[in-house]
Unconditional design. Structure first.
Length: 424
């Protein structure tokens, strides 16, 4: 038999990596509770049609699609938003608004594997449905700020844009909706020349080129400039006002917004309003991103419902933590290994292990049947705090020997007092 490797783009997370990922998942879940988002669990496999409806060319072309044994065309979810929008038109349809929903899990995209870009990765996903007010948009940014702060990351910054600015200009110049999406898709990939080729009207090309050049300056300066620049394009002007208001709300609460970018577009097609991403200087890929999508729920047959949300790339957050050498909180609970001195004492030793575990102590049992010296040496190497040595003589007196592996000291302790001894 050959030795097997993981499929290209798929990874094994070894204990340390899994520990960091779990820490980030834990912080995401705490954030969901702090902001009042209720967790739901949705399927990993969804109808291809649902996932592709409004996700856009980029995501559609990267989905893992297959036929199940019932001949249904299904796909592994590339994100959560479509599943949550589906839920909001079915099981959660009559829930009062605003509806705040949280999910966490693995998602799948056939991206080109490289550092921070995988084909299986983890997202925490927050959706807020029912409000079109700027404070709802600001909430997606604020909760992302809270999550990143809680992981201990430093120097992360937000970039904000607004799909309504470009779409506003394009619609007023009668550019078809589909062509608009294609243009935004190109802009997301920074293929500006390709994007301009799709625009027939010279006036429109000039307007867009101008917007692209509005980069630089403080976020507020850029937002003001956008507003002035799109004067006369009513929808784009309203979008610029909206962007400014969201920017004010987010920065007033201390979110580090570094740039406002009028040319900023995101890969997903369903966005209709504010969009944002968050980055750290150590990586040139986003740790999270989101935005407003006011029309997706009606595409899925629901009532017209404004919505805004964000997803965080948990593997990338973990990677950024590693690059910034962010320390995980150290474990404070003591650990123990229980070693029977001879095989006949296994049952008694197991009983003692169970008693400790039931009281919440993490206990490893010596399952290798090694000699005491070897078992102790191994426990010491793995930084276990105590060895509980179960010997015949001590058992007769309802006692065991407890060895402090760091201090190399040992004492005989009554089993009834064992917990007290280990917990200090
Ligand atoms: P997204 O920007 O496609 O948005 O993905 C969110 C985050 O997932 C990215 O910022 C990145 O951190 C992470 N990510 C994306 N692709 C990869 C990859 N190949 N490997 C590792 N991490 C990756 C969404 O998914 C939207 N559903 C967000 C949203 C929710 N918008 C509204 N509601």
């Amino acid at each position: 038999m050959p030795t097997f490797q993981t499929v290209r783009g798929m990874r094994d997370l070894l204990p340390e990596e899994a520990e960091t990922l779990n820490f980030v998942i834990c912080k995401a879940r705490e954030t969901s509770q702090l902001y009042g988002y209720k967790e739901v669990v949705t399927p990993l496999v969804e109808p291809y049609e649902l996932l592709s409806a409004k996700s856009g060319e980029e995501i559609r072309s990267r989905m893992f699609i297959f036929k199940d044994l019932g001949d249904r065309t299904v796909a592994l979810r590339p994100e959560f938003t479509a599943s949550i929008a589906r839920l909001s038109t079915t099981a959660l349809k009559s829930e009062p608004k605003p509806l705040r929903v949280f999910s966490v899990g693995s998602v799948y995209r056939y991206d080109e594997p490289q550092r921070g870009r995988y084909r299986e990765f983890w997202q925490s996903n927050f959706e807020l449905m029912g409000s079109n007010n700027p404070e709802a948009d600001a909430e997606a940014i604020l909760l992302t700020n809270s999550l990143l702060k809680a992981t201990g990351l430093r120097d992360y910054t937000f970039k904000i844009g607004h799909i309504g600015v470009i779409r506003g200009v394009l619609s007023q110049e009668n550019v078809d909706d589909k062509v608009q999406s294609a243009i935004l898709q190109r802009m997301d990939k920074k293929e500006y020349d390709e994007a301009f080729k799709l625009i027939e009207q010279e006036k429109c090309r000039t307007a867009l080129r101008g917007l692209l050049e509005l980069k630089g300056g403080t976020p507020f300066e850029t937002a003001e400039k956008i507003k002035k620049y799109v004067t006369g394009y009513d929808k784009a002007e309203a979008a610029a006002d909206n962007l400014l208001e969201i920017l004010q709300l987010a920065t007033a609460s201390g979110c580090p917004v570094k740039t406002v970018e009028p040319s900023f577009a995101r890969g997903l097609e369903y966005y209709t309003g504010m969009i944002f991403e968050v980055n750290v200087p150590e990586l040139d890929i986003a740790l999270g991103g989101g935005g407003r999508y006011d029309r997706l729920i009606e595409v899925f047959g629901g009532e017209s419902t404004p919505a805004v949300g964000v997803a965080h790339g948990l593997d990338r957050i973990a990677l950024a933590m590693q690059m910034q050498k962010t320390a995980l909180p150290t474990r404070r609970e003591k650990t123990a290994v229980v070693i029977p001195v001879k095989p006949e004492l296994k049952a008694e030793a197991l009983k003692i292990s169970q008693m400790l575990r039931e009281a919440g102590v993490s206990v490893e049992f010596e399952v290798m049947g090694r000699k005491m010296g070897k078992a102790l040496e191994d426990a010491d190497k793995r930084k276990v705090d105590y060895a509980v040595i179960v010997g015949e003589r001590e058992l007769k007196e309802s006692s065991v020997v407890v060895r402090d592996l760091a201090k190399h000291e040992q004492t005989t302790v009554k089993i009834a007092k064992l917990l007290e001894k280990i917990r200090v």
